[in-house]
Design a protein around this ligand. Structure first.
Ligand SMILES: *Cc1c(COP(=O)(O)O)cnc(C)c1O
Length: 240
């Protein structure tokens, strides 16, 4: 199935449970084909821009792990959902401004976008003050794109060490978002190499267009939105 067909299928059925099951089956198949266990890869269902009623469909289908890219939007949607599904988990997969730290600590279970010392320091302080620790992932800008967040590959080892040693952050793994017009496997490979030499187990990589390739290259978390919830409304910039 090519990318366009995948989008259409998700749009056409609008059946969240069915789409979820299909994505999970494709993940398991890709894992087994790569000599990995069918359960080695977790699916982060990216529910950004979709309302609570769509998320409820996924929760009712038994899914519990979600990704959101904005703090404010997550604060609007998730507290009520968590009341009803206390075991739901939400990862922040978009940029975090340090002035949103208190809000982020309330609404998320993991921050996948730790990418600069200022943010790492603010997280450490936030964990201290709140007594709550969130899993941390270092975002690497594998394509070295100027407009994109993430630490540069050349600076990754030093930054990971700083996050652990200076700030005491629970760094679980790495995350990347390859350039849309490039072969993703080179980026997945690079992310994996950086993780391996730093002794990190978790790799968050792969989206609707390329999650099976990411699984082949060792992803432990894939972040999939469109193939589950359908095409998102056009992006409207607003403060997160
Ligand atoms: C939106 C988003 C995704 C999901 O993208 P799809 O192509 O809809 O699967 C994954 N990761 C990040 C960081 C995102 O912002």
């Amino acid at each position: 199935m090519d990318k366009a067909e995948t989008h259409m299928a998700a749009d056409e059925t609008r059946d969240t449970a069915q789409n979820l099951a299909a994505v999970k089956a494709r993940i398991a198949e890709a894992a087994v084909a790569a000599g990995r266990g069918a359960g080695d890869v977790r699916l982060v269902a990216v529910s950004k821009t979709f309302g609570a009623e769509r998320i409820v469909e996924a929760l009712e289908a038994g899914h519990r792990l979600f990704g959101e890219n904005r703090v404010q939007e997550s604060e609007d949607k998730w507290p009520a959902l968590r009341e009803a599904w206390p075991d739901a988990r939400v990862h922040l997969i978009g940029p975090l401004q340090t002035n949103k730290m208190k809000n982020a600590l309330r609404v998320f279970d993991a921050i996948e976008t730790v990418d600069r010392p200022k943010l790492a320091r603010a997280l450490a302080r936030g964990f201290d003050e709140s007594g709550r620790q969130l899993d941390c992932f270092v975002q690497v800008n594998t394509g070295e794109e100027p407009q994109k967040a993430g630490i540069l590959p050349a600076d990754a080892d030093a930054f990971i060490a700083q996050c652990r040693d200076e700030f005491g952050l629970p760094v679980k793994g790495l995350m990347c978002l390859p350039p849309i017009d490039e072969e993703p496997s080179l980026h997945f490979q690079l992310l994996r190499q950086i993780a391996e030499r730093n002794g990190l187990d978790e790799l968050s990589m792969g989206m609707t267009a390329d999650f099976e390739i990411a699984v082949t290259f060792g992803a432990t978390l894939v972040r999939v939105g469109t193939a589950i919830f359908g095409t998102r409304p056009p992006f409207k910039p607003s403060p997160s």
